[in-house]
Design a protein around this ligand. Structure first.
Ligand code: GLN
Length: 206
């Protein structure tokens, strides 16, 4: 049986991630409890509100177990708020982050006038042209340290995708577009093969 991929389902747009995984034919589980976390081979942390997700992680007793599993090698991908929680240091977050990735994050750093925008971004390791990236009150990754690797930037150099071993962070929301390539890349990193459904690679070949 294929390993199950979890989506942290405390708050935010977890349903959209679950639906992409289902479309790719990957067994997926919404994770709210510790026993559910124990059953998954990899985890996606969705976008939403990082202060709320951090509070609920603590309240639901998931904060330390999640941190420990990630440190033990479980693949984890954070999108937007999820990515904020992976960082070593977060400016203007009044709650703890998991502190797993060697980078600093500035929350809501794009400023009010561009609360939401889209851009084409080339991501290292993803072929077939740039990804259309949707940013919603997105954070900016700064001070990416030697442990981590920048995978994608905006035209002005702003870092929007970072990988550190088993950990992946994107400040944008691939789950809000029809392009499944970033999900497929994460699944590849996690050693999970999409079982059925039409992959982006198959679509691009048409
Ligand atoms: N601004 C949110 C935060 O700081 C993140 C927004 C998002 O996940 N789309 O938590």
């Amino acid at each position: 049986m294929e390993p199950t991929v979890g989506v942290l389902a405390l708050q935010g747009d977890f349903a959209e991630h679950l639906s992409v995984l289902t479309r790719l034919g990957v067994p997926a589980l919404d994770v709210r409890r510790r026993d559910q976390l124990e059953r998954v081979a990899a985890l996606i942390m969705p976008g939403g509100e990082s202060t709320t997700i951090s509070r609920l992680l603590l309240q639901f007793g998931l904060f330390e177990p999640l941190r420990e599993r990630a440190l033990a090698g479980m693949p984890v991908w954070g999108t937007c708020a999820g990515a904020i929680l992976l960082a070593r240091e977060v400016r203007t977050l009044d709650r703890p982050s998991l502190g797993l990735m060697d980078m600093v994050v500035d929350r809501n750093a794009f400023g009010r006038q561009i609360d939401s925008f889209e851009a084409d971004v080339e991501i290292e390791g993803i072929g077939g042209g740039p990804v259309r990236a949707v940013f919603i009150r997105a954070p900016i990754f700064t001070d990416v340290g030697p442990q981590a690797r920048v995978l994608g930037r905006l035209a002005d150099g702003t870092v929007v995708a970072v990988r550190q071993g088993n950990l992946l962070a994107t400040s944008f929301h691939p789950e809000l577009t029809d392009d499944t390539r970033v999900h497929e890349r994460f699944l590849e990193l996690a050693g999970v093969r999409p079982a059925r459904g039409e992959t982006a690679v198959a679509r691009a070949g048409r």
